[in-house]
Design a protein around this ligand. Structure first.
Ligand code: ZN
Length: 271
């Protein structure tokens, strides 16, 4: 599943290819994505210029003259900039055509991706309005987390993955950040000290920042037709390492189930 670092990498890749370009057409081959895609886009989009390409949580926002396209990659989607005459693949669902050649094409075998057109402030769209802060922005820190966690009994792992608390901390990054902060994944969110929330915020920023940095090396995958989306070969401390020795203390890494997801942790390093 594309996580926040992959979406950020996609955002950077398509930004350089799209910015300042004019849309010359929109082709919709399959409107049945997670939500039906508006067929009227074929009439609405042509002639508009791309003002900006940005990201909010795992949504890509493409600002045009008269509104914003909000794209989500879902479970298995990818957006790539391709030559306009590139043959369609089986799971290619829509294409935004650009002036002077080239197009932005969406491929998604599982069709959990989405595309919305909004004419008002896209950040007020129901999909985006209630999202928590960006993990790499200034407002995300220990005091913020401690404030949100006050009195909460929910496990810290689920708390940090709650998109209303902070966006983009997926399963891999939650396990890795909790390891870096030395916090047991089952600890109640309200029972974690301010100092340890400082460490957790720093851990979240570090794991996501490193993954985005790695993503830069696979940027080519998103702007050329040369293969599958880039995944991140980050050095993982706990994720999917159950039974293997902790890289810090040698204790075997353990796995437990939380909210139907697997959590990995070191029983010696995390309390
Ligand atoms: Zn350990």
């Amino acid at each position: 599943m594309p996580e926040l670092p992959e979406v950020e990498t996609t955002c950077r890749g398509i930004r350089s290819a799209l910015r300042g370009r004019r849309i010359s057409g929109f082709v919709l081959r399959n409107h049945q994505l997670r939500w039906p895609v508006d067929r009227a886009l074929a009439k609405v989009l042509p002639g508009q210029h791309v003002r900006a390409v940005r990201r909010r949580a795992k949504y890509l926002l493409i600002d045009l003259d008269g509104g914003t396209l909000i794209a989500h990659l879902g479970m298995s989607g990818s957006l790539r900039v391709l030559p306009v005459d590139t043959p369609w693949l089986k799971h290619d669902h829509y294409e935004v055509r650009l002036d002077k050649g080239g197009c932005l094409r969406f491929n998604d075998p599982r069709r959990f991706g989405s595309l919305h057109w909004v004419t008002g402030d896209p950040l007020e769209h129901p999909l985006l309005a209630d999202l928590g802060p960006e993990p790499l922005d200034k407002g995300f820190d220990g005091p913020y987390l401690a404030g949100r966690a006050k009195g909460r009994k929910v496990a810290i792992k689920q708390f940090i993955m709650d998109q209303g608390v902070v966006v983009g901390v997926g399963n891999i990054y939650a396990s890795e950040a909790l390891f870096r902060a030395g916090i047991h994944p089952r600890r109640a969110a309200g029972k974690v000290s301010r100092q340890r929330y400082d460490k957790l915020a720093a851990g979240v920023r570090a794991v996501l920042g490193e993954a985005i940095k790695q993503g830069g090396t696979t940027l080519r995958d998103y702007v050329n037709a040369d293969g599958t989306p880039g995944y991140f070969r980050q050095k993982l401390y706990v994720y999917e390492r159950d039974g293997q020795p902790c890289r810090k203390c040698g204790t075997p890494i353990r796995k437990l189930a939380q909210g139907q997801r697997s959590t990995y942790f070191c029983p010696a390093c995390q309390k």
